[in-house]
Design a protein around this ligand. Structure first.
Ligand code: COA
Length: 390
């Protein structure tokens, strides 16, 4: 795979920062300044580069974060800003850099990695698979006919930021695929550098039940909801009623949600449009570690015998006995290997993106109907999604 035996891969050095930002900006097709800003937030220490003859020829950013599955936040290496210098593309440099990064994650005990793909083919070669949806919706403000003054809405002060994070974590626990956001993600929502971030919180008897953060540009553009979270129907309806109160000047709302988005369920008519949708891809870096870390349905007892195939990461290959009891899993090497599947198929199941019977119709999985039905119960849960882009 790697034709470049002389590639030197490892953490970015401080004096490689500018060269790396320029390389990735060119690769992704973004102005230099728009690329420099997230890299400064992330920090050069999170850069991983491939050098040839001492010069950076490829780079990526590694974001330490978590992702929620089965009610548990699982350590995840978020991959961002992947770029290879044009003259080195197509010769294995990108694959070598990503592989090195996956090996590093394994060494440091991080069982998952996720990213947004510019090309699915490339990341599938690396064992990533579609695992959570991010859909951009638009809706006319006139379509929101909810008029509701309860519960109270108050402006959010910096002292309330911790409450917002609590509401978000509770939503993340109840759903699947949401990120356990690093601090710098929160900072960019709460204190946008070039636009005012308007922030409001729903309170019932002083208890926060929901919040919204949004930005506005002008009348011709949608009001852009950067983050919205509600734990009760009333809180969701109250936030929508507040958004509807913008209808004299704002024609459209825009937000990022899941395939089955709660805001859509709260609006009386189907007047929304989907403007785009991009799936996040997940890589199971460590099969045993990832299966053990996740949460499972509390009342279920089950035993599955897996035989996993992973072309890239050798420690994931082989048989695993996977026992579920009281919402937790115990995983041991060995067993009968009755369910044979690839590591990408496991990513779709693990995240709940597809059910086992759905995976069977699109992927590499061999199992009896009975084992597939047991697996359906083990991985049962909400369809995974995330509002965050990175
Ligand atoms: C995408 C990118 C990172 C891949 O790195 P690379 O070093 O060129 O790729 P490699 O040579 O290591 O990988 C080769 C394999 O990946 C796949 N692949 C690579 N680039 C691809 C592309 N643009 N589209 C589809 N498949 C691609 C192919 O399967 C290829 O295998 P093959 O040559 O046997 O067909 C690189 O081309 C790049 O920087 N592109 C521009 C920026 C970008 O898209 N970044 C990704 C942001 S998520």
């Amino acid at each position: 795979m790697n034709q470049h035996t002389d590639l030197d891969i490892g953490p970015m050095h401080e004096d490689e920062f500018e060269r790396t930002v320029a390389l990735v900006a060119q690769a992704i097709g973004l102005p230099l300044e728009r690329m420099r800003r997230p890299w400064i937030k992330l920090g050069y220490r999170q850069g991983r580069v491939a050098r040839k003859h001492g010069k950076v020829v490829a780079a990526l950013g590694l974001i330490p974060m978590g992702q929620w599955f089965g009610g548990v936040s699982i350590p995840t290496g978020g991959i961002t800003a992947v770029g290879v210098a044009p003259e080195y593309r197509g010769s294995g440099v990108g694959l070598a850099l990503l592989r090195h990064t996956l090996e590093e994650l394994h060494t440091t005990g991080v069982p998952l990695s996720s990213l947004y793909p510019a090309t699915v083919t490339f990341y599938r070669r690396l064992g990533y698979e579609r695992a959570a949806t991010r859909t951009i919706y638009e809706m006319p403000t006139q379509a929101i006919t909810i008029r509701q003054q309860e519960p109270d809405i108050v402006e959010v002060e910096p002292a309330d930021y911790a409450k917002l994070r609590q509401i978000y974590s509770e939503r993340a626990r109840r759903t699947a695929g949401n990120l356990d956001r690093p601090d710098h993600f929160w900072e960019s929502y709460l204190e946008s550098p070039d636009k005012t971030a308007y922030k409001y919180m729903v309170l019932r008897e002083d208890q926060p039940e929901g919040y919204i953060i949004f930005t506005q540009t002008d009348w011709s553009n949608p009001l852009s909801i950067s983050d919205i979270c509600f734990l009760t129907r009333d809180a969701g309806r109250r936030l929508l009623a507040m958004l509807a109160a913008h209808r004299s000047t704002i024609k459209t709302l825009q937000w990022a949600g899941g395939a089955y988005d709660p805001l859509i369920f709260l609006t009386p008519e189907s007047q929304h449009t989907v403007t785009s949708s991009l799936d996040l891809m997940l890589r199971i870096v460590d099969v045993a570690g990832a299966l053990t870390a996740r949460g499972y349905p509390a009342g279920l007892r089950a035993e599955l015998h897996l035989e996993v195939h992973d072309e890239l990461l050798p420690w994931n290959n082989g048989r695993f006995t996977f026992e579920i009891d009281a919402g937790k899993a115990a995983v041991h090497p060995g067993g009968a290997g009755r369910i044979r599947l690839g590591v990408r198929e496991l990513a779709m199941l693990y995240s709940g993106y597809l059910t086992p019977l759905e995976v069977q119709s699109v992927g590499a999985i061999t199992a009896s109907e009975q084992d597939l039905l047991t697996m359906s119960q083990v991985f049962a849960g909400p369809r995974p999604w995330t509002p965050d882009m990175f």
